[in-house]
Design a protein around this ligand. Structure first.
Ligand SMILES: Cc1cc2nc3c(=O)[nH]c(=O)nc-3n(C[C@H](O)[C@H](O)[C@H](O)COP(=O)(O)OP(=O)(O)OC[C@H]3O[C@@H](n4cnc5c(N)ncnc54)[C@H](O)[C@@H]3O)c2cc1C
Length: 312
């Protein structure tokens, strides 16, 4: 371990590194243990150097966006966690609004409205980063991120003849079928979304803000921001005839708790950290809901929240 730590301290990046770094406050559940190494790269060169180092030393790595859709285990994450927080530049380029992956998706929506650009108003006040929203193909209020996406620039691993891994920048201009319900093409490759560009229409800023405030108020009324959570725990499945929240409700599970983890009083498809929850509590509650819905109704709900780190 010491040699590894020594070798990463010698790589030359502008951003910073922390060791045994707590992650709970970087997630919306506010639970979970530390990362062995937490990196905050400043730019593409930093990300490249970090991943090439991780691949050369066989250290596992993962990308952390806004932490709004993950459950970090109590023991934390072994290896290198790369936060996109500082890759957060938003700019206009060739008539497209372009966002660094670490910019908050809600900030991007606000910037678009301030510029009089319509198309991202649906996603205002949703937690998380733009990179995470693209990776998850986030959707709400009748909109889906892929519908306004012009292109995505990402770093991809390329393995050379000598077996060394090099990161190369590629661009994906989404075609039909690349994205679907909560699915993006980035979910099945080891890559890092750097920038995403949006094709937006001229709109009236005041009207856009009115809609955006309504979405925010609606989320507040549903208790989204009252307690730490990660939004919907399970994906919806049309074949099951009702949204996952309704299905869970039909079993009278609302309010059920394990330790500090509780099925939200406001929405049965949301688990909240009602105070002092462990990741284990939340994980067990997810499993319990899934098992009961399967046993009693025959529907196998697919978790949307991703469990990351070291689990048993
Ligand atoms: C109160 C609340 C309400 C929510 N409402 C909604 C909703 O209405 N609709 C909805 O779709 N979701 C909703 N969510 C879930 C969450 O906001 C989205 O899934 C969001 O897109 C996650 O983004 P993130 O940056 O937080 O991703 P993270 O949780 O940090 O990461 C999620 C996954 O994406 C990967 N990832 C993140 N950034 C990158 C990158 N730059 N490159 C490669 N991989 C990356 C991570 O490695 C991880 O696998 C809600 C969450 C909360 C807390």
């Amino acid at each position: 371990v010491d040699t590894i730590l020594h070798s990463i301290k010698n790589i030359n990046i502008r951003g910073n590194l922390r060791f045994d770094a707590p992650l709970a406050d970087l997630t919306t559940f506010r639970v979970g243990g530390p990362a062995d190494i937490l990196a905050h790269p400043e730019d593409e060169a930093d990300v490249t150097a970090l991943i090439e180092w991780a691949r050369a030393t066989s250290i596992p790595w993962m990308i952390l966006g806004g932490g709004a859709n993950i459950l970090v285990s109590d023991r934390g994450i072994r290896g290198l966690v790369i936060s996109t927080a500082r890759l957060n530049r938003i700019r206009l380029e060739d008539g497209l609004l372009v966002a660094g992956s670490g910019s908050a998706i809600s900030n991007l929506s606000a910037r678009a409205a301030d510029m009089g650009l319509a198309g991202l108003d649906f996603i205002y006040s949703m937690p998380g980063s733009t990179g995470g929203a693209v990776w998850m193909n986030a959707r709400c209020y009748g909109g889906e991120i892929s519908e306004v996406l012009a292109w995505v620039d990402y770093l991809d691993e390329e393995i050379g003849e000598d077996g060394t891994v090099r990161m190369v920048r590629r661009r994906l201009a989404p075609g039909s079928g690349d994205f679907s319900y909560k699915i993006s093409p980035f979910q099945n490759r080891r890559c890092i979304i750097l920038d995403s560009a949006y094709r937006l229409e001229p709109g009236d800023g005041r009207e856009l803000w009115k809609t955006m405030r309504e979405h925010e108020a609606d989320r507040k009324s549903k208790g989204h921001f009252a307690l730490p959570c990660a939004g919907s725990v399970f994906k919806n499945n049309r074949d099951f005839g009702a949204p996952s929240g309704k299905i869970i409700d039909s079993l009278g599970m609302r309010g059920m708790a394990i330790g500090g983890a509780k099925i939200s009083d406001s929405h049965a498809n949301i688990i909240v950290n009602a105070g002092g929850a462990r990741a284990k509590d939340i994980s067990q509650l997810i499993d319990l809901i899934r098992r009961r819905v399967l046993d009693e109704l025959g529907y196998d709900l697919e978790p949307e929240v991703l469990r990351v780190g070291e689990w048993n």
